[in-house]
Write a protein that binds this ligand. Structure first.
Ligand SMILES: Cc1cc2nc3c(=O)[nH]c(=O)nc-3n(C[C@H](O)[C@H](O)[C@H](O)COP(=O)(O)O)c2cc1C
Length: 306
């Protein structure tokens, strides 16, 4: 894995390729393996106040060429149990970002306090899961609630706070602006898009929860548009997420305005070897196009269009 150091949200990252929340993050061991494989940082699965089993199966439908539909239902062991997993990842030397989800500002703040004690370097707020009742995008689609949650968390903990923005709203850039007003150190965009798959033989939706979230290559142009529009509205760094499967995809997100990226579905499809491959591709592409550092490419497509 080539060294491509960047700074984002006040964090020094060895490279801009982060493991996205919810993929490979079940255990400390799996987080540690993603780190060893070359991820610039690893983001935990989203952790709530209490253990949650998630939705019944089927929870995932895969489409080989263009992505994946999931309705996991935020399964997690709860903040009481999960710190021991984070300790394992930290023990392996990983840069760990803790992801949390709550039902209101108060719950987010108390989760953040508990998460901060684990030794993570930043906290990502899941304000964007499209299929968990009372959580995620149900809170994160309203700018006033986004600002309130982010402010409560930034007041409660000294760590950088990253607000993860939903694309399932009329104005994702407005949500990012609300997060900036609330004191976020960065925003990440995007989470999955609300989506449905139908089994015609059974005449019913494929996922047990019916509606799910779409990820993978199909959503890359939507993620890019969100990052582009957010860059025009906010000054804090942006972490691009959605459909990244190659070094070129990463560079597209950087040029649209991202300072770093998260990779999820491609890691689920290819395994953690994806980090090394995508890192090498990015490094070669940056060199060929004359960028001395990854950060030099951030926003380049905006400068070109004036
Ligand atoms: C199976 C699965 C589980 C996910 N779980 C979470 C989660 O717990 N918290 C979260 O913020 N995002 C979660 N996501 C969303 C991803 O972090 C990411 O935002 C999204 O999948 C788009 O990136 P990708 O196309 O690279 O997968 C999940 C995605 C998938 C496919």
């Amino acid at each position: 894995m080539p060294e491509l150091p960047v700074r984002c949200a006040g964090i020094a990252l060895r490279n801009p390729l982060l493991l996205a929340s919810g993929i490979w993050g079940e255990s400390g061991e799996s987080l540690a393996r993603a780190w060893t494989a070359g991820a610039g940082a690893v983001i935990t699965k989203s952790i709530g106040s209490l253990p949650r089993p998630g939705y019944p199966n089927p929870t995932i439908e895969s489409y080989e060429r263009w992505g994946m539909l999931n309705a996991m239902g935020l399964p997690n062991p709860g903040i009481g149990e999960y710190p021991r997993e984070i300790a394992v990842a930290l023990g392996a030397g990983a840069t760990v970002i803790g992801s949390i989800f709550g039902g209101d500002a108060e719950e987010f703040a108390s989760l953040a306090v508990a998460m901060a004690k684990t030794g993570v370097c930043a906290i990502e707020l899941n304000l964007s899961c499209p299929h968990a009742q009372g959580y995620g995008s149900e809170i994160g689609s309203d700018p006033a609630q986004v600002e309130e949650v982010v402010r409560a968390v930034t007041d409660a903990v000294p760590l950088p706070v990253i607000a993860k923005i939903t694309p399932n709203a009329a104005d994702p850039a407005g949500l990012a602006a609300a997060a900036e007003r609330g004191g976020a150190a960065a925003v990440s965009a995007i989470n999955t898009l609300r989506a449905l798959a139908i089994d015609v033989e059974l005449r019913r939706p494929i996922l047990a929860h019916r509606l799910g979230g779409l990820s993978g290559p199909a959503i890359k142009p939507i993620g890019l548009a969100c990052v582009w529009q957010i860059r025009e509205r906010v000054r804090i760094p942006i972490i691009g997420v959605g459909g990244i499967a190659s070094g070129q995809d990463v560079l597209e997100y950087l040029m649209a305005g991202a300072s770093a990226v998260e990779i999820g579905t491609q890691v689920a499809f290819e395994g953690i070897g994806a980090f090394g491959r995508i890192g090498r591709e990015l490094s070669e592409l940056l060199e060929r196009l004359g960028f001395a550092r990854a950060s030099d490419a951030t926003g380049a497509a905006h400068f070109a269009t004036g």
